[in-house]
Write a protein that binds this ligand. Sequence first.
Ligand code: PMP
Length: 410
Amino acid sequence: MTDTAIAADTRDLLSKFDPLIAERQALLDTGVRDPFSIVMDQVLSPTRAIIKGKETILLGTYNYMGMTFDPDVVAAGKKALDEFGAGTTGSRVLNGTYQGHREVEDALKEFYGTSSAMVFSTGYQANLGVISTLAGRGDYVVLDADSHASIYDGCFLGDAEIVRFRHNSVEDLDKRLGRLPADALKLVVLEGVYSMLGDIAPLPDMVAAVRKHQNCMILVDEAHGMGFFGPNGRGVYEEQGVEKDVDFVVGTFSKSVGTVGGFCVSNHPKFEIMRLVCRPYVFTASLPPSVVATAATSIRKLMHAGEKRAHLWKNSKRLHKGLTDLGFTLGTKTPQSAIIAVILTDQAQAVAIWQTLLELGLYVNMARPPATPAGTFLLRCSLCADHSDEQVEQIIGMFKVAGKATGAIA
Ligand code: PMP
């Protein structure tokens, strides 16, 4: 490996990042903390951590249902670690399928009421694998312009034609499908909740638009909807009553489930063949036994989490109202999910509020282009069912102080 210092002006494959390196350095030179290198020194609960010696409320995790410290979930992980060891050291199709992988797939089949469930090592890999395997050269993937990076990357890996429609526009979806050859095979990819602004998709109207066209299958990514939406917590597609119209649901264990991993569930009679042909499933090691054990336990508990769901809604509505009343511009006019995004147009101001909040003892996610829509800077608040009423009031109080101190609100 090269061990000599490389001059900053040397032209090589990393030179294309020079503008970003300079932009980041200029920001750090103003004395702010780097929003993208926070370290949790200790995690006390799903809603509290120690960051740089300060006890901090967590409002920037995807721990929607607070399952990370659930005693049954933790116990299941410890037991599996003792009984099956630290890792599988192999692919699902070779030595990497343990009893626990079967058990978590059974739990998913029960949770979703489907005939098949396939578990991947992350949600990113689930989208990458499922989309690239279903839609190849000559096929079309029709997707919302604000789709998650893993959805776009799945299209690139499969080499399908990508057709984007305007975010959440039923009319544009219909128009773009109408321009494609009727006999071509198409995969329409939608998300239940869009994670940047926290808005949800109008799935019944979208499904109706898709059904006007031939040879379309529908995949819904419920990464941010699982656990929270629908009578059984399946997601927005369940809440909006379109279960029968959806061919594939992709999800993750890294949000409501509280660990790591990804999955796809389906009732398609040929779905199981995916296990042999899906490269991001075949050519990577399977999840450790402790992870699948925690996931299976968590998923089974989420089947009976009505009270937690109700409290999460209450938190979301209270925070949305509190921030609106303070004068912040939010990603949605009404609370639509557990994500509430404060929209700012200026990077310096966004970082200043973010840092002030952190100093007050509140961690939120900072998001910037290209991850965000249309050049916006976002302070993304994601609530947890375990945030107490008192914590939500504290959070609103901290936003009031930080907003005023930085001039973001009057
Ligand atoms: N889909 C969506 C919509 C997401 O927001 C994310 C992660 N933020 C993923 C997929 C990937 O999930 P994972 O963290 O399990 O890789």
